[in-house]
Design a binder for this molecule. Structure first.
Ligand code: G3H
Ligand code: 13P
Ligand code: ZN
Length: 332
């Protein structure tokens, strides 16, 4: 058993309380590689932001769970080395799909876990979330649950049909499950293709797709039912058009990729939404830099030559999110 406290990590409790009261959101960035981890830590330290580093089941399969855990421990030490005296870093399991997986993470240094029972029948979702909460709270680990189904790919769960969170269920769900935060469905979705062209309108000036707005009415109803309760948004990448254009200009093929407009995420950050999940934008920033590099310097073959600009581009994106969208800068 390794407690996250030995690793210098923190859980989400105080962080979320301050974020809800302060009208900002904590960035939750997924990581699978060394370069992502370095870029996340550099961005968080330079902006003096708390940060959640999250690991999906897919990331564990790709990089090995033990290695990722040591990387998070390394992230704390790296932040200190970069001059941050009191780094506020959470190591979070993203979309945990069983009690056993959540327990394994808690036993191995994670400070926060998500049990995603959103695809399960309501009572099963409550029952397993509660089981995770009981184990997690005994170790001072915080638990995120999910109610409502996002469109797109939920890690191992492929959701064909999305449905918004029902505000009339949230009090019962949060009370009976005992979760510390709740991921809700109000129109965000995972990946770089969040909406079909049919769901969007086209900007007559630019010809670009304009996605339908998020269901802020549902968010506000949920806030009224659970005043001050920490709310989480998944699937919140903006799919920056300049990165998509760079990818497509250098041999990529991402037609009609579309994300959540940043103004809407900025608005959400001021509400009870206190954790915003971003993964796809990091993938796009990395891929855009690497494609451009290879196009311009076809003779390069040392991975450091193309991973360095990739890391810089991700760092720029992370800083932009922290300062311009979520407002979590200068909060340490
Ligand atoms: O919500 C899903 C995250 O973007 C993680 O994706 O399962 O491909 O690692 P992944
Ligand atoms: P994006 O695919 O929009 O980056 O969402 C990531 C996410 O929700 C991770 O849990
Ligand atoms: Zn997610």
């Amino acid at each position: 058993m390794t407690s996250y406290k030995e690793l210098g990590l923190v859980n989400t409790k105080e962080m979320f309380k301050k974020a809800v009261a302060g009208g900002y959101a904590i960035p939750a960035f997924n990581f699978n590689t060394l370069e992502q981890m370095q870029a996340i830590v550099q961005a968080a330290v330079e902006t003096k932001s708390p940060v959640i580093m999250q690991v999906s089941k897919g990331a564990r399969n790709y990089a090995n769970g033990t290695i990722l855990r040591y990387m998070a421990q390394g992230a704390v030490e790296y932040a200190k080395e970069l001059g941050c005296e009191n780094p506020q870093i959470v190591l979070h399991l993203d979309h945990g799909d069983s009690f056993e997986l959540c327990k394994d993470c808690i036993d191995n240094g994670f400070s926060s876990v998500m049990f995603d029972g959103s695809a399960l029948p309501y009572e099963d979702n409550i029952r397993i979330t509660k089981q995770v909460v009981e184990y997690a709270h005994a170790h001072d680990v915080t638990v995120e649950a999910e109610l409502g189904v996002l469109a797109g790919v939920e890690d191992e769960v492929q959701a064909e049909e999305s449905h918004y969170t029902k505000p009339e269920e949230v009090i019962d769900f949060a009370t009976r499950s005992g979760c510390d935060s709740l991921a809700i469905s109000i129109g965000t979705s995972h990946g770089a293709y969040k909406f079909t062209p049919e769901q969007c309108t086209r900007d007559p000036k630019t010809g670009k797709l304009v996605p339908p707005p998020l269901a802020f009415d549902i968010l506000h109803e949920i806030e009224k039912k659970l005043p001050g309760f920490p709310i989480v948004l998944h699937g919140s990448s903006s799919v920056p058009q300049d990165e998509v254009d760079t990818i497509n200009a250098h041999g990529g093929k991402l037609p009609d990729a579309v994300g959540i407009p940043e103004e809407q995420l900025r608005e959400a950050s001021k509400s009870a939404v206190c954790k915003i999940n971003i993964d796809s934008d990091s993938r796009l920033a990395m891929t855009a830099a690497i494609r451009k590099h290879f196009d311009e310097k076809p003779g390069d073959f040392d991975p450091r030559q193309y991973l360095k600009p990739a890391r810089e581009n991700m760092k720029k994106m992370y800083i932009h999110k922290i300062v311009e969208v979520l407002g979590s800068d200068n909060k340490l």
